[in-house]
Design a binder for this molecule. Structure first.
Ligand SMILES: *Cc1c(COP(=O)(O)O)cnc(C)c1O
Length: 395
């Protein structure tokens, strides 16, 4: 059996997106900046996509900018707010310890340029505390950046409350909603954010395309200089087939959020209940305030990487930590932030579901994971020490 359970890393393209991609590439090959009809037809389609994406987010079309994906959107939002902050003499940025590297590494760069960056801790539930945030907001703060939903443990952050706080204090608020759009209800008016990043390949669209919502009046500076595309904020001929495919995928994903959430929550909870039966295991992140398709566990006495490879041999695609961290031996910064010690954080497994997963697949995962965990533990010197009492169990 083949089971794809790594939908937080990327998703299979939806049929509607693939169809839209091919159709647009074939029929709308004109350059949207060209003045003749073939170009203007492409321009009309581009603007129709912008209007549709805006409507799906509760935004105005002129507040949507097309980018190459989540990373670029995050970079541009943060660097823009920081740039204006610097001009106004405000050089403090408040974010969290569990952000995606697209945010954390951008903040590191600003730190080297003299910004004060505060990364708020999260509780063992993987959620940031509003009181911690409120304490950090002062007259020197130019930006708050808190993700909507975490990519590793799926925890949902209190973005609406954060938006309210930021509006009261007149501080710009960016939210990385890459894991949220198309997976749960997202409306920029309800969040009250100034910037929101999204990426097509996380909801059944193509890779290499995304969008940035920028509230009218919030600063935006280009990362890429060149032509006047995207109102001079993002140069380069637009990838219209990808933008059209993203739009089709987003429409389908957003419109089916209630059904999808209902369906995969049942599968998620079955998976959690089954994996919890494995001794010395623990769910990572809050049980309720998490994405409908996210399951993340730590198993004591094993290496997550070995677990992944053995599951792969059985046809199961899963993840340990995030895809960006694999290849390095550092444990996930998110698992460390929720208080898992290094050894335990190393034995993690993330399974992320989509509407395509079936109950049969969940049963298969629940048959294979305990087998593989037992197999690995039987070979592990750490596990032997735990069993012989030479080490204390943590989980
Ligand atoms: C995947 C992801 C990104 C990066 O998006 P790309 O389109 O792959 O650049 C950023 N933030 C989060 C939370 C993500 O899950």
């Amino acid at each position: 059996m083949k089971v794809y359970a790594d939908n937080a890393a990327t998703t299979r393209m939806r049929a509607c997106a693939l169809g839209a991609y091919v159709d647009t590439a074939e029929k709308f090959y004109g350059n949207p900046s060209s003045l003749y009809t073939v170009g203007q037809e492409a321009r009309s389609l581009l603007e129709a996509c912008r209007a549709e994406i805006a409507a799906l987010l509760g935004a105005q079309p002129k507040e949507i900018y097309f980018t190459s994906g989540g990373s670029e959107s995050d970079n541009q939002a943060i660097l823009s707010a920081a740039h204006l902050g610097k001009i106004k003499g405000k050089t403090k940025i408040v974010s969290t310890a569990i952000e995606h590297h697209a945010v954390l590494h951008t903040l590191n760069k600003l730190k080297r340029e003299g910004f004060e960056v505060v990364l708020l801790p999260v509780g063992t539930d993987g959620i940031v505390r509003l009181s911690d945030l409120e304490k950090e907001l002062d007259g020197n703060t130019c930006l708050v950046s808190v993700m909507f939903a975490n990519n590793e443990i799926g925890t949902l952050q209190p973005v609406e409350e954060i938006g309210k706080l930021c509006r009261e204090k007149k501080i710009f608020f960016h939210t990385d909603a890459v894991q949220a759009v198309g997976h749960t209800a997202v409306d920029v008016r309800e969040i009250g954010c100034d910037y929101l990043a999204l990426s097509a390949h996380k909801f059944g669209g193509p890779k290499g395309v995304g969008a940035l919502y920028v509230r009218q009046g919030a600063p935006l500076y280009p990362l890429i200089e060149g032509g006047a595309q995207e109102r001079g904020k993002r140069a380069g001929t637009e990838d219209l087939p990808a933008i059209k495919a993203m739009t089709a995928a987003m429409k389908e994903a957003v419109e089916t959020v209630p059904e999808t959430e209902k369906k995969i929550k049942i599968l998620r909870d079955k998976l959690i209940a089954g994996l919890e039966k494995i001794p010395h295991s623990a769910l990572n992140g809050d049980r309720e305030k998490r994405l409908a398709g996210n399951v993340n566990f730590c198993f004591e006495g094993i290496e997550g990487e070995s677990l992944l490879l053995l599951l792969d041999d059985m046809g199961i695609s899963a993840s340990s930590g995030s895809a960006c961290t694999s290849g390095s031996l550092d444990p996930s910064h998110v698992l460390l932030a929720i208080g898992r010690v290094h050894d335990v954080a190393h034995g993690s497994l993330r399974l992320t579901l989509s509407a395509e997963n079936t109950e049969e697949e969940i049963n298969y995962i629940l048959e294979k994971v305990p087998e593989v965990v037992t197999y690995l533990r039987n070979m592990s010197p750490v596990w032997r020490d735990l069993q012989e009492g030479k080490r204390q169990y943590i989980l």
